[in-house]
Structures are given as structure tokens and as C-alpha cells.
Design a protein around this ligand. Structure first.
Ligand code: NAP
Length: 297
């Protein structure tokens, strides 16, 4: 058996031993990954934020009880993210081990992914990154993935995953060379693009799906918040459309990372654990799916 297969088998053994892998715990607000680490299920996205905005938003998110921060080398705000985390740690709001930080290797670093990981660690000002993702398929994916696996062995990264891989075939290709099974697939997922097929398929490997564009992204949020089904459910629960949409992601088994530079919105997005969508409400939202993606990367 080649080394790659041994790693994969060991990884899968761990998954089978741990029954709760992949199951969302809405009390703890976390999901157990197949890597053995617990990941928060609601967090802050930082795309389009400047370093200054990221610092303010990250601090507001941690203050509001969010424990997952999503960033990427490509967003060029890792320094601000790190500053926001440090401020919250210094003020005793959270400890480093209580924050789950995700970053991503950007395509222009695919010929030197190890260097990209070092740059992220440096800009974030952290000793380790909780979850590192390959940002999207491109050239050299296998070597990029291997660099992330090496970083796990070196203690620089705890869990690894992939982003913008949309089909079971694309996942299987990664698994064909993976020594460590991906823990997370971060993809565009929202009311109108739910991709249940991949979610169901990934489940058998204990892989968790994380939604980017949980509100459809800038330019589409009004359509999502103004959807009649969502507005009606929101009114019945006395919550906002944003809160209903996020609650749907979590109950449906998608980790959600709404982006925001508004502390009021961030607090609103954290406040989704005092109500529950019924099976009928969940179905009404599943029925909104029209397999419509907004982006094609
Ligand atoms: N892996 C990838 O390729 C990829 C691609 C895109 C995004 N991402 C990640 O996913 C995250 C989420 O995506 P996104 O930020 O682009 O889109 P999004 O979360 O769907 O929407 C963000 C928009 O929603 C608004 N918003 C947030 N909370 C709100 C609330 N409670 N009420 C009203 N409006 C609200 C924000 O405005 P305010 O700032 O005014 O709150 C912003 O305009 C990104 O930040 C990034 O971390 C990953």
C-alpha cells in the first residue's frame, strides 16, 4: 500500500471511530471535522474588507460570540484580521485556541504554495492556521494540496480543505491524490444554489460543506432578503430575513460565513440560536433551489 493510501485509511478510521463527525451541534454551535478538530458553524467573511475594516469587523464578531473567521491571501486583509483577533485576545474576550481561522492559498501562489502559507501566517501574526483551503481549482492543484498536507505535518495548519470544487467527480480527483482527506469544501451555496448532491456525497467522507455567498453576495442580497417565502417565515418567528437564511444554512448542514463590515449586522448574524425552523419551513426553503450560481470561478 502506498503512503498516500495509508494516510487516507488512518484518516477514515478516525472518522468511523467518531460518530459525531459532520453532525452540526446547534447547542455548542460547532461541527466535529474528520481531522478531529471542532469547527464553529457560524462565522464572519472578510472578502472586500480593507485591513482597517477587517480589524473592526473581526473584533465585533468575536465580541458578539462568533468564533469562526474566514479570510484569504487574495483578500489582502489578513493583517487586519490578525489585528482584530489580537485585540480581542488582549481584552480577554477570547483565547487563541477559541478562535477558528481559515485562510486560502491564492492562485498566483500555486507554484509556491508553501511560501503562500508562510505569508499568511506572517500577515495574520499566528503560529498556526486552523483551516487552510486551496482557493479554487487551477494549475498545480496536486502540489498545492501536498503543500497543505506538509503544513499539517509541520504543525502550521490544523485542517485542510478545498474551495470551488462543485461535483463528486472533482472531489474524487482530489481524493485520488490526498494523503489527508479534506475536512471542508467551501463553495458558493445559497437559497438559489444549494448543491445537495455534493453535500450528500461529501458526507460519506465526513467532509463538511461551508457556504460562501450565504446571502447571494453583494448585488444579490436584496433579492434574497426580499424573497416572499423568507419574509413570511421571518415575520412568523420575529426574526430578520438574514437570520432566517443563516438558520436555514445551519439546520441544513452548511457552515455559514456571512461577510459584513457593519457591527450591527454582525451582531444580528450571530443571534440565530433562539429559534428553530420547522420541517415544513426547511422544505419551503429547499424548494427555492434553482441551481443558479452567480460566479463561475
Ligand atoms: N472561497 C471563495 O471563493 C469565496 C468567494 C466569495 C466569498 N467567500 C467568503 O464568503 C464570505 C461571504 O460572502 P460575501 O461576503 O461575498 O457575501 P454574503 O455574505 O452573501 O453577503 C455580504 C453582503 O451582505 C450584507 N449583510 C451582511 N449581514 C447583513 C445583515 N444582517 N443585514 C443586511 N445585510 C447584511 C453585507 O453588507 P454589510 O457589510 O453592510 O453588512 C454585504 O453586502 C466572504 O466574505 C468570504 O469570506 C469565499
Amino acid at each position: 500500500m502506498c503512503e498516500g493510501n495509508r494516510w487516507r485509511e488512518r484518516n477514515e478510521d478516525m472518522r468511523q471511530d467518531t460518530e459525531e463527525v459532520g453532525t452540526f451541534d446547534l447547542q455548542r454551535k460547532t461541527v466535529m471535522l474528520n481531522s478531529g478538530y471542532e469547527m464553529p458553524i457560524i462565522g464572519l467573511g472578510t472578502w472586500t474588507l480593507s485591513n482597517e475594516e477587517a480589524e473592526v469587523s473581526v473584533y465585533a464578531a468575536l465580541q458578539a460570540g462568533m468564533r469562526l473567521i474566514d479570510t484569504a491571501r487574495y483578500y489582502r486583509c489578513e493583517k487586519g484580521v490578525g489585528a482584530g483577533i489580537r485585540k480581542a485576545i488582549e481584552e480577554g474576550i477570547v483565547k487563541r485556541e477559541g478562535v477558528f481561522v481559515t485562510s486560502k492559498i491564492m492562485p498566483s501562489d500555486y507554484d509556491n504554495a508553501a511560501g503562500g502559507i508562510e505569508d499568511s501566517l506572517k500577515d495574520l501574526g499566528l503560529d498556526y492556521i486552523d483551516l487552510m483551503l486551496i482557493h479554487q481549482p487551477g494549475f498545480n492543484d496536486e502540489a498545492v494540496y501536498k503543500a497543505m498536507e506538509d503544513a499539517v505535518e509541520e504543525g502550521k495548519v490544523r485542517s485542510i480543505g478545498i474551495s470551488n470544487y462543485y461535483t463528486p467527480e472533482a472531489l474524487e480527483e482530489v481524493l485520488s491524490y490526498a494523503r489527508i482527506t479534506p475536512s471542508v469544501i467551501q463553495n458558493e451555496n445559497h437559497l438559489y444554489y444549494q448543491n445537495q448532491e455534493l453535500k450528500d456525497y461529501a458526507q460519506k467522507y465526513g467532509i463538511v460543506i461551508e457556504s460562501w455567498y450565504p446571502f447571494g453576495g453583494r448585488g444579490h442580497t436584496a433579492e434574497h432578503f426580499g424573497n416572499e417565502v423568507i419574509m413570511k417565515i421571518a415575520e412568523e418567528h420575529g426574526k430578520t430575513p438574514a437570520q432566517v437564511i443563516l438558520r436555514w444554512h445551519l439546520q441544513g448542514g452548511y457552515v455559514a460565513i456571512p461577510g459584513s463590515k457593519d457591527p450591527d449586522h454582525i451582531r444580528e448574524n450571530s443571534d440565530i440560536f433562539d429559534f428553530k425552523l420547522s420541517a415544513e419551513e426547511m422544505k419551503a426553503i429547499y424548494d427555492l433551489d434553482r441551481q443558479e450560481r452567480y460566479e463561475n470561478w
